[in-house]
Design a protein around this ligand. Structure first.
Ligand code: HPA
Length: 253
């Protein structure tokens, strides 16, 4: 079973799932998200006949939640028997070749939140945080669908403010292609639980200072909505071909 976390504006993905039942964040013991575009529930169902649990909405550090609360949804998904995790989000792009409206698959991340969801001596190896087998499968599927799919490095910041142009220049200098306020802690949590992870940013806007227009959360939601369809097709294709790609869960630690 695959867990899929839906980011800002990517709710339409839920419409592609044949639903069996729903569980609210409250019933799962999770804090409710307070952000527009992030209604909180889990949806059990199938996507192209592959069993999935969607996590619609997520909990963010910038809402004042501690790192363990931010990743409680990932632990809950793992407890339901999820063996693979797909994370999606909305992000600003700082790579001049990656235009808003397109998708970027993570090759790696920079955790700039200055925190971790792990406790104690949990020295998780993150040298291949984003599963190489899955990355290949997604690249192949994107090619087959003629869907532009970039690969790059995501910088995860705490937010909730957007970056300054000087910060965006610094992020580019240290190797980031996209910037956002989520996902990195969820990946770390999932790796600690032994789940292979794939993650995708819907590039909703040029990061601050790259475009002359100021950033606006409504623009982020709108672009997310418009780009959701291509991600639905991509996920459907890869999960539909699930067995063919030989994706299995990594041994749990
Ligand atoms: N910066 C940070 N987070 C974001 C952005 C951005 O430009 N766009 C969407 N989420």
């Amino acid at each position: 079973m695959t867990g899929i976390v839906l980011g800002s504006g990517l709710g339409p993905l839920a419409d592609a799932v044949v639903m069996q039942r729903e569980v609210s964040f409250a019933d799962a013991g999770l804090p409710a998200s307070t952000v527009p575009g992030h209604s909180g529930k889990f949806i059990f169902g199938t996507l192209e006949k592959a069993p999935v649990i969607l996590m619609k909405g997520r909990v963010h550090l910038y809402e004042g939640h501690p790192p363990r609360a931010v990743t409680a949804g990932v632990r809950w998904l793992a407890a339901q028997g999820v063996q693979n995790l797909i994370l999606t989000n909305a992000a600003g792009t700082l790579n001049p070749d990656f235009h808003p409206g397109s998708w970027m698959m993570f090759s790696d991340h920079l955790n700039l939140t200055a925190t971790s969801p792990l406790e104690g001596a949990d020295f998780v190896d993150l040298s291949a945080a984003y599963d190489p087998t899955w990355r290949k499968a997604f690249c192949k599927a994107a090619l087959a669908l003629a869907m532009p799919l970039h690969e790059g490095i995501y910088a995860g910041l705490r937010g909730p403010h957007y970056e300054t142009p000087a910060e965006v220049r610094m992020l580019r200098f240290i190797g980031a292609d996209a910037v956002g306020m989520s996902t990195v802690l969820e990946t770390i949590q999932a790796r600690s639980l032994g789940l292979p992870v794939a993650a995708f940013s819907c590039l909703t806007n040029w990061a601050a200072g790259i475009s002359p227009t100021p950033l606006d959360h409504r623009e982020v939601l709108e672009t997310g909505k418009q780009s959701a369809q291509s991600m639905i097709s991509l996920l459907g294709k890869v999960l539909g071909d699930y067995k063919k790609h030989g994706i299995t869960a990594a041994p749990t630690r």
